[in-house]
Design a protein around this ligand. Structure first.
Ligand SMILES: NC(=O)c1ccc[n+]([C@@H]2O[C@H](COP(=O)([O-])OP(=O)(O)OC[C@H]3O[C@@H](n4cnc5c(N)ncnc54)[C@H](OP(=O)(O)O)[C@@H]3O)[C@@H](O)[C@H]2O)c1
Length: 412
């Protein structure tokens, strides 16, 4: 090609050779485009290969880009006193390859997603972070410089978790705070204590849960799995809503489960039924209560996203993986047996934390929410979980429960 010849490089019979009537040109800032003299048109793509190119470097030493009296760009080689309309940089072009987001899957570890990332400007809040997936999520963020708060009901276990992280990296900024999601009063006290720190929250992970617990009413008179998994988180987000909005762009990640698929929540009128969410003891089945609470997680995340995304706060729900050997099975011997049998085939804790971490930091998810992820991939939750009317009904019910049961918080 003419440009290569001019640059003193041999032409080759490459796929880059232009068809007759075409000419390769560059813009002032080095982007290559193609002019067709017969059809009097220009385009960015090479007419044969369809590839886009740009110049790889600056003009050679002694060369200058100038504009003639007709406004056309030309190049002066001041050393050899030559003038040409061919850009000598065309000898060294590179393909313009779009950087595609990295693909992750079920084998990806949380730390792999954070590789090379500096999170020192982020404040992260994680509920139930003293064990299992929550702990690995907290650890991963902390080892990448984030200021991480572990919101846990048991301070001894929480302090041990903090110690484990700081033993690994003495500069990790990790703090434990008391939060019992089974108590609206505790959620309120936690929110007040956190607000007093005058810190932002860039990432909020609603992770804490209990599974297959025996029937128990909380001090607020609600079935405990429902209150811990859903209502406590709902109230927490209500109380920290303005902090999240001030921290925008901020992300909420709600840890749900695939088990949300095996249940529904609405009565015959299509409204979310409190009797299903917080049933009396004789109608209680612990596995069903867990599934319903996990369905609430997705509906809550979707409605939260609808309400807060216009203010720069997005929310996504995740399934971390199947039957990972955390503490979640400990309330029922049958679950412990199943989890033990499945243990050799399930994800590690690091892999379990990956989808949450992905949703919290992936650049391609900036500004995007209302989705459900599994194995770092977007997938569709159950039809019930996608239902906007159900999400709204759950939101309104949750607001009513808070209004009736919580003492007026300073923050609202
Ligand atoms: N493991 C799995 O296979 C699996 C599968 C699907 C979804 N998930 C979801 O993953 C999330 C994490 O579970 P995990 O497997 O890591 O279980 P985990 O090890 O039992 O962690 C649950 C955390 O929640 C905390 N928690 C329980 N009740 C609380 C309360 N009233 N207030 C505050 N914190 C409370 C626990 O604290 P304590 O240590 O004090 O009990 C613990 O730190 C859950 O949302 C779960 O539904 C897990």
């Amino acid at each position: 090609m003419a440009a290569l010849k001019y640059a003193g490089m041999d032409d080759t019979d490459s796929e880059d050779e232009l068809p007759p009537g075409w000419e390769e040109r560059t813009t002032k800032d080095g982007w290559v485009y193609y002019a067709n003299h017969e059809e009097m048109k220009t385009q960015w793509e090479h007419p044969k290969t369809g590839k886009k190119k740009r110049c790889a470097g600056d003009l050679p030493y002694g060369w200058e880009q100038e504009t003639d009296e007709k406004g056309q760009i030309y190049y002066m080689d001041h050393i050899n006193k030559r003038r040409t309309y061919f850009d000598p940089r065309q000898a060294f072009t590179v393909e313009d390859v779009q950087v595609k987001p990295k693909r992750y899957d079920g084998n990806t570890a949380a730390l792999e997603i954070l590789q090379g990332r500096d999170l020192s400007d982020k404040v992260v809040l994680i509920t139930g972070a003293n064990s299992g997936i929550g702990f690995e999520t907290a650890r991963s963020f902390a080892l990448h410089g984030a200021h991480v708060f572990l919101a846990c009901r048991n301070q001894t276990r929480a302090s041990k978790a903090v110690r484990l992280i700081t033993d690994e990296w003495h500069k990790a900024r990790v703090e434990a705070m008391t939060l019992d999601l089974a108590s609206l009063r505790s959620v309120q006290e936690f929110a007040e204590a956190f607000r007093a720190k005058k810190l932002p929250v860039h990432i909020l992970v609603c992770n804490a849960a209990v599974c297959t617990q025996p029937w128990r009413l909380t001090e607020d008179g609600l079935e405990s799995s429902f209150q811990i998994c859903h209502l406590g988180h709902f109230y927490l987000v209500q109380l920290l809503q303005d902090v999240l909005r001030r921290s925008a762009p901020a992300r909420v990640v709600v840890v749900s489960s695939e088990s949300h698929r095996f249940t529904d929540l609405v009565d015959s009128c299509g409204k979310v039924d409190l009797a299903l969410l917080s049933p009396p003891q004789k109608e209680y089945w612990s596995m069903l209560a867990y599934n319903r609470a996990k369905l609430c997680n997705i509906l809550f995340s979707n409605e939260l996203n609808r309400r807060l995304s216009p203010h720069g706060v997005t929310s996504n729900a995740v399934h971390p993986g199947n039957m990972m050997y955390t503490s979640i099975h400990q309330s029922w011997w049958l679950m412990t047996l199943l989890f033990t049998l499945a243990r050799p085939f399930t994800k590690s804790m690091q892999q379990g934390a990956a989808t949450t971490v992905y949703c919290a930091v992936a650049p391609e998810l900036e500004g995007l929410g209302g989705m459900y992820f599994n194995n770092c991939f977007r997938c569709l939750p159950s039809l019930e979980a996608q239902n906007e009317a159900t999400a709204l009904s759950l939101w309104e019910l949750s607001e009513r429960l808070i209004r009736e049961r919580a003492t007026a918080p300073k923050a609202l």
